[in-house]
Ligand binder design. Structure first.
Ligand code: GDP
Ligand code: MG
Length: 674
């Protein structure tokens, strides 16, 4: 495998911008070049749907491999809907570059902003693709301006449209200085010199590109100052550097549905997005040495990979999509799951293509493949070797904020359900399930109504389980508002032996979003380690159980600040019980608060319904941060407690005659009012 000829990319977009259509076209054109001769080019008039069925293009894989100009491109699926942020996060972790798709009519929409900033956080180099140039109102330059304004990005056009809307007929390649028109199903590209009426515009755009590049390139600057022609491949080379260094975002345009501009976009993946060894080495944590390590992307290193998606397959069992960062994973060998501290056997290794899967003997650093045979692996797990146990940084997943009860119809449904919930939570770490100890009732939790809807539908349809679903409930959290110190003694006679313990804890509120933290701040060399372990165990267990209402506790810091120890009466059991009592008592005195999830809400409405939509949000206790005028609609940026948002879709539909769209995602927890 040639690392320099590999690309791991994702395609990110607002819903409806054309991600699916664009992905299909990329797979179609690239599949065509790779298996040349297999496809009869005479079939060019065949209609797209037929072709797709015929070729069996599916893009349901979490990663699909295709080839272009002798490069292997692994396309990692990124979901469009914000209810699935966890999915976006996980795909951003494993890709090296991305295409951001925008609609030429709508520009930068709220969800694209969210995803763009997530990509910033993961330092993902990007190219921009402005799709739907054929639609009425399409405006390429306006979208680039929108990107500058809203995203703070620095897009630079590498091609631009010939005509827009109805008259969109092709593109001008600014770097090569040619016009491109796409014939038939788009596979044949007609290249011609730039027409005289476009010459001036093309020249000034080329100048803008060279100007943007000259800041970072002495070679270009000196050619430019000498008044010499800057060669096309020098431009591409320097633009590649600028893209990978996040200085510029190469931007191109097209209409995926009408087969215009897709191949230049695939060229853009090869030309501007980084190879796996052109991004900074991955950071990991060495468990034995307890230190951070940087792992260069090399097949010669120790094996190290990330399970970024688990998909359950009826026949094969769990399919684990793995991105290798170092070393090699071989078929029919044993691999070590570092996160679970368990060995597992690889029974099959697969590469997923658009229409088939291909067996592999091994997968090397920088590549992506599916491992079959790992039974314990969960999305987010690190795999590697026992001899060099390093853990990749944990993925950041948002908190499940919504809960529903699920009640199986029969005893056999109940058994199947338990298994199914295990499978689903391995696939999706933001989906959790729990049994109420007192009532035996099963509850499942997720990130939003839509998220749970999708999962419940799978449970019923795919896994064929009959169950009744309750009404969605908010999943609250508990915390404290001030620091308190508490001394606690414990004594109990069991089997005529005294079990005693004595310790002192401090509890304190931590900043929102920190999570819980236990620290041992006593030095007591005579106290055996198992005593400290039982204290820590007790506190970690207590965090899950809440304070007043039994909701999980968050953002609480607990410090062990004192311990008394008597060899004759001490027992781990006594210290565990004592720590529990101290924690409960301290938290009750520490101003306990109930926290509720606050959602970030984005609504897009036609202008005439702006007032109705806004007052609907206010009536429900939401706060409106602002609204923004678009060509034909208004977009509202608001936040509201999740509790107030149940059934919002229905109300919004009725006051806007079904013409508004809305999305929401978890933002943060806040003390519940009233
Ligand atoms: P996704 O939600 O981002 O995956 O978007 P889809 O690919 O499903 O496209 C959404 C809608 O836009 C579909 O009806 C497509 O047929 C349409 N669409 C996609 N690309 C284009 C385009 O280039 N021009 C036009 N006019 N429509 C397009
Ligand atoms: Mg889609």
């Amino acid at each position: 495998m040639d690392l320099r000829k590999t690309r791991n990319i994702g395609i990110m977009a607002h819903i409806d911008a054309g991600k699916t259509t664009t992905t299909e076209r990329i797979l179609f054109y690239s599949g065509k070049t790779y298996r040349i001769g297999e496809v009869d080019d005479g079939e060019a008039t065949m209609d797209w749907m037929d072709q797709e069925q015929e070729r069996g293009i599916t893009i349901t894989s979490a990663a699909t491999t295709t080839f272009w100009r002798e490069h292997q491109i692994n396309i990692i699926d990124t979901p469009g809907h914000v209810d699935f942020t966890a999915e976006v996060e996980r795909s951003l972790r494993v890709l090296d570059g991305a295409i951001a798709v925008f609609s030429a009519v709508d520009g930068v929409e709220p969800q694209s902003e969210t995803v763009w900033h997530q990509a910033d956080r993961y330092n993902v180099p990007r190219i921009a693709y402005v799709n739907k140039m054929d639609r009425l109102g399409a405006d390429f330059d306006a979208v680039l301006e929108d990107m500058r304004q809203k995203l703070g990005a620095k897009p630079i056009a590498i091609n631009y449209p010939i005509g827009q809307g109805n008259s969109f007929e092709g593109i001008v390649d600014i770097i090569a200085g040619e016009e491109l028109r796409f014939e038939g199903d788009g596979a044949q590209i007609e290249r011609s010199p730039i027409a005289p009426e476009r010459a001036e515009d093309a020249a000034s755009r080329r100048e803008a590109l060279i100007d943007a590049l000259s800041e970072g390139s002495d070679e270009i600057t000196s050619l430019y100052l000498e008044g010499k022609e800057v060669p096309a491949d020098l431009i591409r080379r320097e633009l590649r550097k600028a893209c990978i260094d996040h200085r510029l975002v190469p931007a191109c345009c097209g209409s995926s549905r009408h087969n215009i501009g897709v191949q230049p976009l695939i060229d853009g993946i090869v030309d501007y997005l980084p190879a796996p060894d052109e991004v900074p080495p991955i950071k990991a944590f060495h468990l034995k040495k307890e230190e951070d390590v940087e792992v260069p992307c090399s097949a010669k290193g120790y094996p190290l990979g990330l399970v970024f998606k688990v998909q359950y397959d009826r026949e094969a069992g769990p399919l684990c999509y793995v991105r290798m960062y170092s070393g090699v994973a071989k078929n029919a060998s044993v691999i070590y799951n570092v996160s679970k501290k368990k060995r597992e056997r690889i029974t099959r290794l697969l590469r997923m293509h658009a229409n088939k899967s291909e067996p592999l003997d091994e997968v090397e650093a920088g590549d992506i493949a599916v491992i079959v045979g790992m039974k314990l692996a969960q999305t987010g797990d690190t795999i590697g070797t026992e001899g060099w146990p390093v853990l990749l940084e944990k993925m950041h997943f948002p908190e499940p904020v919504i809960t529903v009860a699920i009640e199986p119809k029969t005893l056999s449904d109940r058994e199947k359900l338990a298994e199914t919930l295990e499978i689903l939570s391995k696939e999706d770490p933001t989906f959790t399930h729990k049994e109420n100890e007192e009532t035996g009732q099963l509850v499942i939790s997720g990130m939003g109504e839509l998220h749970l809807d999708v999962l419940v539908t799978r449970i019923i349809r795919e896994f064929k389980i009959q169950a009744k679903i309750g009404n969605p409930q908010v999943s609250y959290r508990e915390s404290i508002s001030k620091a308190v110190e508490k001394s606690q003694k414990f004594e109990k006679v069991i089997a005529s032996k005294v079990n005693a313990a004595s310790l002192k804890l401090r509890v304190e509120p931590l900043p929102r979003g920190t999570g819980n933290r236990y620290t041992k701040a006593v030095r007591a060399p005579l106290v055996p380690n198992e005593i400290f372990e039982s204290v820590e165990h007790a506190i970690n267990g207590a965090f899950a159980g809440g304070i007043q209402f039994g909701y999980p506790a968050v953002d609480i810091g607990v410090t062990l600040i004192g311990i008394e120890y008597d060899e004759l009466t001490a027992s781990p059991f006594a210290y565990e019980a004592c720590a529990n009592m101290a924690y409960d008592a301290a938290c009750r005195d520490a101003g306990p608060v109930l926290l509720e999830p606050i959602m970030k809400v984005d609504i897009v409405v036609p202008k005439e319904f702006l007032g109705e939509a806004m007052s609907l949000v206010s009536q429900r206790g939401g706060i409106i941060h602002g609204s923004e005028t678009k060509a034909t609609s208004e977009s509202i940026d608001a936040e509201a407690p999740l509790e107030a948002m149940f059934g919002f879709t229905t109300s919004l539909r009725s006051v806007t005659q079904g013409r508004a769209s809305f999305s929401m995602e978890f933002s943060h927890f806040e003390p519940k009012k009233n």
